[in-house]
Ligand binder design. Structure first.
Ligand code: ATP
Length: 321
C-alpha cells in the first residue's frame, strides 16, 4: 500500500560500503538521559564496524537503509540501520531522537539497540536486535488475514510495549504495521522511533505532525482542531486500532480495498466519516475492542493500560503471555 506522507523529508538512500569500511569508529555524542523517564539504558555490546559483515538489505526507511549483518566473531546476526547524511537536518534530528529513545528503553516489547556508530562525515548507524520474520505488514501479506486468537496474541504484545513506553512518557507517533517487527517466535516488538516524543507528564499535549498520515487519529490529522495540540498517548491508540483492523480485514481499512490513499481521501475518511467498522462475521469482543481504540473523540478512547484488561485479550491470552 502506498503511504501518503506530508511534512516529511526526502529519502536519501546512498549505497555506501558502510560495514566493510575499515575506518575507526567514532562514538556518538549522545544526549544525557532525561530525568523525566524511569526507563533504564538499553544493554550494549561493543562490536567495531569492521567486525560486521553485511549480508543483505532488510528494508528502507525515510532516512536510510536497514541491513542484515553478522558479527564475524560470534556469528550472531543483527540489524544495522544506516542513516546517510545528505545535509538533511530533519533526518539527522530523527535519528538522534531514535537513538535517544532506544537508549532509554529496556522492554521485551521494544526492539533492542546494542550499539550506535557515527562517522565524521555524518553517517550514523544503529545496531539492533534482528527480527527475522519481518514486520506485521509483510506478515499480513503472507497470511492474508489473521484470526481472533492470532490477533489477540499480537495485540497484547503491542499493548505491553505501548504501556511500557507511555508509562515512561514516550509517545511513538508512528504506530503502523511496518513499524511492528516480528521474529520466528511470533514475538512482536515496536520499532522506528524517529518521530517519537518524550513528554514531561502523561497529561501533556503535543503538536507534532510527523508520522504516517494514513494511521493518524482525527485530532492529529486536522491541525486546526484544538490549536494543533492533542494527547499523543491516545493518538498512538487510534493508530493501533487502524493497524489491528488492517490485520483483520487484510487491507487498509479506512478506504475501499485497492484504493490508493491520497491526502484528500484520507482526510475525508479520518476526519469526516464514521470510524471504520468490522464485517458482520467479526466477534463481538474484537468489535468492541476496536471500538474502544477507534473513538473519534480522544477522551472516549481507552488507554493502553485499560485495553490490556479488555475482554478480547482476557479471552484469548494469558496475562503473563
Ligand atoms: N531490527 C530489525 N530487524 C529486522 N528488520 C528490520 C529491523 N529494523 C527494521 N527492519 C526492516 O527494515 C524496514 C525499514 O525500517 P525503518 O525503521 O528504517 O523504516 P520504516 O519504518 O519502514 O519506514 P519509515 O522510516 O518510512 O517509517 C522495516 O520495515 C523492517 O522490515
Amino acid at each position: 500500500m502506498a503511504i501518503v506522507r506530508h511534512q516529511r523529508h526526502i529519502n536519501l538512500r546512498l549505497a555506501l560500503p558502510y560495514v566493510t569500511d575499515r575506518r575507526p569508529r567514532f562514538p556518538l555524542p549522545l544526549p544525557p538521559l532525561a530525568s523525566t523517564t524511569t526507563a533504564v539504558a538499553a544493554s550494549t555490546v561493543t562490536i567495531p564496524t569492521t567486525e560486521l559483515e553485511r549480508l543483505g538489505v532488510l528494508g528502507h526507511g525515510d532516512g536510510g537503509t536497514v541491513y542484515k549483518v553478522q558479527d564475524k566473531c560470534t556469528s550472531k546476526i543483527y540489524a544495522l540501520k544506516v542513516i546517510h547524511d545528505g545535509g538533511d537536518e530533519t533526518t539527522r534530528r530523527k535519528v538522534y531522537k531514535e537513538i535517544d529513545i532506544l537508549r532509554k528503553t529496556d522492554s521485551p516489547h521494544v526492539v533492542r539497540c546494542y550499539e550506535t556508530y557515527e562517522k565524521p562525515w555524518g553517517e550514523v548507524a544503529i545496531l539492533m536486535e534482528y527480527m527475522d520474520a519481518g514486520n506485521l505488514d509483510t506478515l499480513r501479506r503472507k497470511k492474508g488475514t489473521l484470526s481472533d486468537p492470532e490477533l489477540a496474541g499480537i495485540t497484547r504484545q503491542i499493548l505491553k510495549g505501548l504501556s511500557y513506553l507511555h508509562g515512561n512518557k514516550i509517545i511513538h507517533l508512528d504506530i503502523k504495521p511496518s513499524n511492528l517487527l516480528v521474529n520466528d517466535k511470533m514475538q512482536v516488538k515496536i520499532a522506528d522511533f524517529g518521530g517519537s516524543m518524550i513528554m514531561d507528564r502523561t497529561s501533556d499535549l503535543c503538536n507534532s505532525y510527523v508520522g504516517t498520515c494514513a494511521y493518524m487519529s482525527p485530532e492529529r490529522f486536522d491541525p486546526n482542531a484544538n490549536g494543533g495540540n492533542y494527547n499523543g498517548f491516545l493518538a498512538d491508540i487510534w493508530s493501533l486500532g487502524v493497524t489491528l483492523m488492517e490485520l483483520y480485514v487484510g487491507h487498509f481499512p479506512l478506504l475501499p480495498a485497492g484504493k490508493k490513499p491520497d491526502w484528500l481521501s484520507l482526510m475525508c475518511a479520518i476526519c469526516f466519516d464514521d470510524p471504520p467498522t468490522l464485517p458482520p462475521t467479526a466477534s463481538d469482543e474484537l468489535r468492541n475492542f476496536l471500538e474502544c481504540c477507534l473513538q473519534k473523540d480522544p477522551s472516549k478512547r481507552w488507554n493502553a493500560f485499560q485495553l490490556l484488561e479488555h475482554p478480547f485479550l482476557i479471552k484469548y491470552t494469558a496475562k503473563d503471555d
